[in-house]
Structures are given as C-alpha cells and as structure tokens.
Design a protein around this ligand. Sequence first.
Ligand SMILES: Cc1cc2nc3c(=O)[nH]c(=O)nc-3n(C[C@H](O)[C@H](O)[C@H](O)COP(=O)(O)O)c2cc1C
Length: 177
Amino acid sequence: MSAIAGPMGRVVDPARMRRVMGRFATGVAVITALDERGDPHGMTLNSLTSVSLEPPILLVCFSTRARTAVAVAESGRFAVSILAARQEPIALRFAGRGEDHFAGLPLTYGDHDVPVVPDALAHLECTVDRSVTAGDHVVVFGAVERTCDRDGPPLAFLGGRFGDFTGRGHQPQSWFF
Ligand SMILES: Cc1cc2nc3c(=O)[nH]c(=O)nc-3n(C[C@H](O)[C@H](O)[C@H](O)COP(=O)(O)O)c2cc1C
C-alpha cells in the first residue's frame, strides 16, 4: 500500500485515512449516468457535497476506476438519487464491483433521460460544470438543473456501516453562511 507523509513526519496510510474519515457520518446516494452508447451506469457514493447555492452546484468524488465516472465524462450529465433509510439493499446493489447494477431493477427516468432510483428521498439532475483529478479520484462539479424531493428518514453511513439518523428534536437550524 502506498502512504502519504503527513506533518511531523507521520504517515497517513490508506487504511488510516479510510478509518478516520469513516468517523464523519454521511448520507448515501446513487449516481447514475448514460455512457456514449446509451447504456446506464450507476454507483453508490457518499462523497456528495453541496458547493454553491447561487448558482446551485454540488460535487461528487469518483474513483478513477469507477465505470460510472467514465459514463459521466462521456455524457457530461448525471443524476443523484439520495437514498431513504429502507434502501440499504439498493446501496449494496450499486456498490458491487463489476456487476450489472441495473439487472432486474425497474427504471425511472429524469428529464435528461438519465435513469434514477425509484422511491429515493430526492433526485437532482446535473450537467458537468468541471472536473478535477485529485490523487486516485476525480472530483466532478455538477450544475444542478432540476430537483425533486419528499419527506422521510434517510439512509446514513458511519464507520463502514449503514444506519439510521436520529434527530434530537431541536428546531431546524438556519444556515449561518
Ligand atoms: C456507502 C458507500 C459509499 C461509497 N462512496 C463512494 C464514493 O464516494 N466514491 C467512489 O468512487 N466509490 C464509492 N463507493 C464504492 C462504489 O459504489 C463501488 O466501487 C461501485 O462498484 C462502483 O461502480 P461502477 O464501477 O459500476 O461505477 C461507495 C460504496 C459504498 C458502499
């Protein structure tokens, strides 16, 4: 395994980086795109971040080995499906390496003809704004062109495990930035 030299001469190896970042709880999404032949691709992903509100921009980080990353680069479009708590089987399906993630799955299509995951909590349809290669991943910024969402509990991910989000009953916090 390769390692990255950190401050004070310490080394942050990939296993440590994964373990430490695994302490940051996230939601879970499936990214979908069509390749240049029009075949659908999709993958489970938790590196989803809102970047800008005006204009609306988000980012996702793809392994350079991910087939979906190639489809996104080819088509310049992708969709984000934010998964609901009971969609752990969908998260596992779209994480299987080298498998046909769509086999036997009923498809729903967004405006861009990109398939989306039915019954997700939210869908966002994006065009690629720009891409930046960073180490073994490519960071793709997506200009958000269309969204829809519904209420319901989200699927959470922490420490390599799926889980549920438990609210503390506070009033929703307004944004400070
Ligand atoms: C909870 C979870 C989160 C994941 N997040 C990412 C991610 O942010 N980026 C990434 O490249 N792969 C991520 N993966 C791994 C991909 O889902 C997996 O490599 C997938 O098989 C890639 O499919 P593809 O090659 O068909 O595109 C994640 C997997 C799981 C289970």
